[in-house]
Design a protein around this ligand. Structure first.
Ligand SMILES: [Mg+2]
Length: 236
């Protein structure tokens, strides 16, 4: 069911329970990753400019203005009509992997429009805000905490939960955490952009208010029909 921010706020206040918790995913939920993704892609293009005949393609990538970067960099190039060059195919993934999951590069992320106001609105109503992310502590913990602090999202008792290690499966980690906070009488809300996470939580905990944030996702699964679907944190 498609909802808007006003409906989401009504949901957040819907139960009589005094204890209310809302779990937010970070990547592509709190944060638009366009700038992190585009920065890595452009740095790659500069680094591999002299490789074979990659130069004209690299120049086009460097000059491109990416908006709402898709889940896969290949799709970002296709959207711009830029060919998938063999140099990109051969070297990009390793280059990307080293940087994407790092303390340094999360600093490039941009807040989703309206999220800061929504978090403030929740905090003002004593709803506990927990950022529950598939990012892992060893590679991204420090950078993630600094970034949230800098963006004003960890000022009033909001909590950050990262995976203790990268080998854990996101959806299993998230289910464990949501479960551990879920007690009799508590209202729990879960917001995530990755359908495999949202579906998994729904399958195991159908009483959780489950909101699929419809930005970009891997496409490994589509959101099931029982989820609330939100497209923007902005008041229209
Ligand atoms: Mg996400």
């Amino acid at each position: 069911m498609q909802i808007d921010i006003n409906y989401l706020k009504d949901l957040a206040l819907s139960s009589k329970s005094k204890e209310k918790i809302i779990f937010f995913d970070l990547d592509s939920t709190i944060y638009d990753l366009t700038n992190r993704q585009a920065t890595i892609l452009k740095e790659f293009s500069k680094a591999y400019l002299g490789e074979g005949d990659f130069s004209p393609i690299a120049q086009r990538i460097i000059a491109a203005d990416f908006q709402r970067f898709p889940f896969y960099a290949e799709d970002a190039l296709k959207e711009k009509g830029i060919p998938i060059h063999p140099v990109f195919k051969k070297y990009f993934y390793a280059f990307w992997y080293e940087r994407f999951f790092s303390n340094e590069y999360v600093a490039h992320d941009l807040l989703e429009d309206g999220i800061l106001e929504f978090v403030e609105w929740l905090v003002d109503r004593d709803i506990k805000v927990v950022y529950l992310t598939g990012r892992d502590m060893p590679r991204m913990g420090e950078g993630t905490q600094q970034k949230l602090l800098r963006d004003g999202l960890l000022q009033k008792g909001e909590q950050l939960l990262l995976k203790p290690n990268s080998s854990m499966i996101d959806k299993e980690y998230k289910l464990d955490m949501v479960r551990s906070y879920f007690a009799e009488g508590k209202q729990v809300m879960f917001i995530d952009n990755e359908a495999s996470n949202s579906n998994y939580i729904w399958q195991h905990m159908p009483d959780v208010i489950n909101v699929f944030y419809d930005t970009v996702h891997s496409g490994s699964e589509e959101p099931n029909e029982n989820l609330f679907v939100l497209s923007s944190f902005i008041h229209k």
